[in-house]
Design a protein around this ligand. Structure first.
Ligand SMILES: *[C@@H]1O[C@H](CO)[C@@H](O)[C@H](O)[C@H]1NC(C)=O
Length: 372
């Protein structure tokens, strides 16, 4: 009968071990869930300057993906896409609920590809609206990116219109008071050659109409401004389509210096106050600054990074980059001017989020240990 007693002993031990693991799992799940919902309250870099009177949260390139047709029906990949949405949503919601920004800027490349059909485009819009719902704090400004409407050589009436219908205007003044304003532009439309020039004219006319503003400006645009190589991760690069001798812009990492001048003069040239550019596109993120050279009337990168107009390329919120949010605090100084301060709030790569989900779902299995 020895074997039998051993068996009973053994199964009691396994049962005890499982119960201990279950308790551990429950504890880990509770701690992780509390953490991912409340990390902005704990992590450094995740708060406004206490004196801030303007608060803007910026999310870099979410690039929400979809399923290529040949993968539809692969459940693992479906789970991956669903998990990615939830990961982005948990970051955006934690930031908006705890930090209560006045404004939320999504820095372009809301979607992962400009080459999707209208059906897929509206499905991504539905998913995007769940990640950035209207009923959480902060008005949402959507910046157009090359993966949303294409580079200039990819623009079509349909790509532009479907973006406008779902995400709003391409060029607009999102907020303006005598003190400060927030300007959004479609920076893909300025360099070329384009396939069709009408959208360049639209942006140039818009820029022309917003000159002569005396307050401080924040510019939201997708593509970073012109700069020498080696300053940020992405160096200057332009690629072109060649349609039987007719060229069209296929991709660009920076704006050309000509377009940078056009933009900076229109947005920041009317005043001598501090300005801020937020960009996306370079997923690693970067910070630099510009000054107007009074002699040449050309905007130049300030080598000591103490220029009047600061450019922050917001590090991407995608899982591989750690789920970041850029926090801009606007500080009123004694002379009534506004200064802009930036801090990067990093979450974690997607794995910690997945561990949280797995431990949470495992707790659902715990009652079975006690029933059987
Ligand atoms: C940005 O897009 C969201 C859709 O998800 C929309 O609710 C919001 O109104 C858009 N913002 C603007 C300024 O149009």
């Amino acid at each position: 009968m020895r074997g039998h007693t051993d068996n009973i002993l053994c199964s009691t031990m396994i049962r005890r071990l499982l119960k201990a693991l279950a308790v551990l799992d429950i504890l880990v799940a509770i701690v992780l869930n509390l953490y991912i919902r409340n990390y902005p309250l704990i992590k450094s870099g995740c708060s406004w300057n206490p004196e801030a009177s303007v608060k803007l949260a910026a999310f870099g390139d979410p690039q929400i993906p979809g399923l290529p047709p040949f993968i539809k029906g692969w459940y693992v990949k479906h789970l991956d896409v669903l998990g990615n949405d939830k990961y982005l949503k948990s970051i955006a919601s934690a930031i908006r609920k705890h930090l209560k920004p006045d404004y939320v800027a999504v820095m372009g490349d809301l979607l992962s590809s400009q080459w999707i059909d209208d059906y897929e485009f509206s499905d991504r819009y539905r998913r995007y609206s769940k990640i950035f719902p209207k009923d959480e704090p902060g008005e949402i400004f959507n910046v157009s990116g090359n993966h949303d409407i294409g580079y200039h050589g990819d623009f079509t009436q349909n790509r532009i219109e479907r973006f406008q219908v779902c995400y709003g205007e391409l060029n607009f003044v999102a907020y303006q008071s005598p003190e400060y304003r927030i300007v959004v532009i479609n920076s893909m439309s300025l360099d070329g050659p384009p396939d069709d020039d009408e959208w360049r004219k639209e942006t140039v006319d818009f820029l022309d109409s917003i000159k002569d503003y005396q307050g401080s400006s924040i510019l939201l645009n997708h593509i970073p401004q012109f700069k020498p190589n080696g300053i940020c991760m992405d160096d200057a690069k332009f690629e072109f389509y060649d349609f039987e001798g007719h060229q069209a812009l296929r991709s660009q990492n920076h704006m050309t210096s000509k377009s940078t001048n056009l933009i900076l003069t229109a947005v920041f040239g009317g005043s001598d106050k501090e300005g801020l550019i937020l960009a996306g596109h370079d997923h690693e993120g970067c910070e630099c600054s510009y000054d107007l050279n009074k002699h040449s009337q050309i905007w130049e990168l300030n080598p000591k990074n103490t220029g009047r107009v600061k450019e922050v390329t917001v590090r991407s919120m995608m899982g591989d980059y750690g789920g970041n949010t850029g926090l801009v605090s606007g500080l009123r100084s004694a002379d009534g001017e506004i200064r802009w301060e930036y801090s990067l709030c990093r979450f974690h790569v997607q794995h910690i989020w997945w561990v949280t989900q797995v431990t949470t779902y495992l707790t659902l299995a715990v009652p079975f240990l006690y029933i059987f």
